[in-house]
Design a protein around this ligand. Structure first.
Ligand SMILES: [Fe+2]
Ligand SMILES: [Fe+2]
Length: 312
């Protein structure tokens, strides 16, 4: 059966799932306080208005790549107003959908607050460069590639929340500062709950409209881009982060794409029409290509590491 639902029908039919998931989410989303994660006594007044000490590169104890990863993660969080706009327009602000839009936005709001406070107090990155990057990045805004389409958007955010979780988690491990690690682990736990919410919602769509949802999943997986892709210098920083093992194509495939697809049991879904089967084939071809790219990347990285080791 090839059942195509309009956006309005989908919003209506998925509403009970949103309500159920909200009721599941609220009790498990633990309250936490950004200020508790920041070592305030390490702080010093900066130059400028209050005449303190300017930021110097030697103030930071974090490596260049660690700084890049922290900046990418923070700027990605900073664009929350744009993300809020995208989901508020698409999901609407009524009933359970609206409750989720606002609750999610409130939870996400903690992330940039906490990371920026930590970076500023510990002088981990240049605060002037960071502020200029924030202005540039937020002035460009974020527009979802799927903003007109509910199922594609749900698929996108399922992967995106998990990708963000992995990126925060691995940045925390990489930067070699237990305080940063603790903060980013806390944020990563939020992102995981967001992923679960959207993943379960998409599972509801898969039951309601399997062909339409399979198409959406394939479209999203084959075109996936990180939400921070518009950050100035993103490509170069993304390569550094990949080489450092913070977020690379192997992690994207094994820790983000495959676990979510497995949860949806996409390769066991029955009753697809030709269109749905076609989408699923495309997906499986793409996964095979991703696997090849991941192997190529690992070979290249191993060779690079061997060269660096040989140089001492
Ligand atoms: Fe976040
Ligand atoms: Fe999130």
């Amino acid at each position: 059966m090839d059942r195509f639902l309009t956006q309005g029908q989908l919003l209506q039919e998925l509403e009970p799932v949103v309500e159920r998931e909200l009721n599941r989410h609220i009790p498990v989303a633990k309250e936490w306080f950004p200020h508790e994660y920041v070592p305030w006594s390490e702080g010093r007044t900066f130059d400028g208005v209050l005449g303190g000490d300017p930021w110097l590169p030697e103030d930071s104890t974090i490596s260049d790549v660690g700084q890049s990863a922290l900046i990418i993660n923070l700027l990605t969080e900073d664009n929350l107003p744009s993300y809020h706009h995208e989901i508020a327009v698409l999901f609407g602000r009524d009933a359970a959908w609206g409750d989720w839009v606002h609750r999610w936005t409130a939870e996400e709001g903690r992330h940039a607050i906490a990371i920026r406070d930590y970076l500023t107090v510990t002088r981990a990155v240049d605060p002037v460069a960071l502020e200029r990057l924030r202005m540039t990045h937020m002035s460009a805004g974020f527009q979802s590639a799927h903003d007109q389409e509910l199922v594609r958007s749900l698929a996108y955010v399922s992967f995106q929340e998990l990708a963000t979780r992995v990126s925060h988690r691995n940045t925390g491990r990489y930067v070699d500062d237990p305080i940063a690690d603790q903060l980013l682990t806390r944020i990563a736990a939020d992102e995981n709950l967001h992923m679960i919410f959207y993943r379960n919602l998409l599972a509801g769509a898969l039951e309601l409209a399997p062909d339409q949802t399979m198409r959406a999943i394939t479209d999203v997986v084959t075109t996936f881009e990180m939400p921070g892709a518009g950050i100035p210098g993103f490509q170069r920083k993304a390569v550094e982060m990949a080489v450092a093992g913070i977020y690379d194509i192997r992690q994207h495939l094994s820790d983000v794409v495959l676990p979510v697809l497995r949860y949806w049991k996409v390769f066991d879904v029955e009753g697809l029409s030709d269109k749905g089967e076609h989408a699923r084939h495309e997906l499986s071809d793409h996964l095979a290509e991703l696997e090849k790219s991941a192997l190529r990347f690992e070979d290249k990285r191993d060779a690079l590491k061997a060269r660096l080791a040989a140089r001492g």
